[in-house]
Design a protein around this ligand. Structure first.
Ligand code: PMV
Length: 316
């Protein structure tokens, strides 16, 4: 009987890109998932009936190398998440693949922190740089705060280290947030967007200050969320978006869509979510129906999100 694993996508409420450089970030698991089935194969890994392709299946290949070197698998996967869409599909795929492979090889489920850590290494290797943000929330589910020094709110889950950086992964209980998630229809590879920010930092040291600003916004955002002050949360989302614009990962289309969403009465704030360069945006609003129709008129596909969903699940 094949092993089944599934992991959720995510939205980043605050802190993308800055989290790669040691600032905090806050993310929520989405009720949209990637599901994978895995069993050992006699020779050569096969994905959805085709031989593993090193380019198309880069995350799967790396996840298997780390979790189960020198083993071959028959894999099937399906997804409710747009790929390269800014909602964490590569992280969900990495988490589900690592968890399924470890379960097959060991005969029992691996501890969550081990899955999160190998999935992070997978993303790091494929993307050239990454934070453990997406892989941690895809593993833990709910709401996850990455705290550089461990002094931020929440219950510590695990710690992930790489080079001189440490990320403390905290679970945080948040009130239910009325969010709309919209996909621009434009795919943007996380690795390319991370490289844009890295080049900017190399050529313009003042960009560091933008990252620190994002860090401050994230901490203020967490405080506002815990106080239930949605107006302030929304204003901070708008400011976070402006910082991401300054880093060069906003696009004219994302700018147009976030502006249109902000103009809908009942909206608290809007920002791109994830790597940018296309991908997705999120809107905090009491008027999900009007925000959805406004964004759809402008060509985006939008849905009201249930954020804070379940994390990794493995069976049997
Ligand atoms: O676009 P996504 O869902 O892959 O999110 C990327 C988040 C970044 O902060 C840009 C990169 C990272 O690994 O944290």
């Amino acid at each position: 009987m094949p092993v089944r694993a599934s992991a959720p996508g995510k939205i980043i409420l605050f802190g993308e890109h800055a989290v790669v450089y040691g600032e905090p970030s806050l993310s929520l698991a989405l009720d949209r998932r990637i599901r994978i089935e895995a069993e050992e194969a006699p020779d050569g890994t096969v994905v959805n009936g085709e031989p593993l392709d090193p380019h198309r299946h880069a995350y799967i290949r790396q996840a298997l190398r780390l979790a189960a070197p020198h083993r071959a698998f028959r894999l099937r996967n399906e997804s409710d998440l747009p790929s390269a869409g800014g909602v964490g599909s590569s992280a969900a795929l990495s988490v589900a693949t690592v968890a399924a492979a470890l379960r097959v090889v060991r005969g029992h489920a691996a501890p969550l922190h081990e899955v999160a850590s190998l999935a992070f290494e997978t993303e790091w290797t494929v993307q050239g740089a990454a934070s453990p943000n997406d892989t941690s929330v895809a593993t833990a589910g709910g709401a996850v705060l990455l705290s550089p020094d461990g002094r931020d709110p929440g219950v510590p889950l695990w710690k992930i280290e790489r080079g001189e950086r440490t990320w403390n992964v905290h679970r945080i209980e948040l009130p239910r947030l009325p969010l709309v998630v919209a996909h621009t229809g434009m795919r943007a590879r996380t690795a390319d967007q991370v490289a844009i920010v890295r080049r900017l930092l190399d050529t313009d040291p003042s960009a560091r200050e933008v990252l620190r600003d994002i860090g401050r916004i994230t901490r203020q955002g967490v405080a506002a969320l815990l106080a239930g002050d949605l107006s302030r949360v929304g204003a901070l989302m708008d400011r976070n978006h402006a910082c991401l614009h300054a880093l060069g990962v906003d696009t004219p289309q994302l700018a147009r869509l976030t502006a249109a969403a902000r103009a809908v009465p009942g909206t608290y704030g809007a920002k791109l979510t994830g790597a940018g360069g296309g991908g997705s945006l999120i809107v905090l609003t009491d008027n999900a129906a009007d925000v959805q129709s406004t964004l759809q008129r402008l060509g985006a596909s939008a849905f009201a999100a249930v954020a804070g969903a379940r994390g990794l699940e493995v069976s049997p």
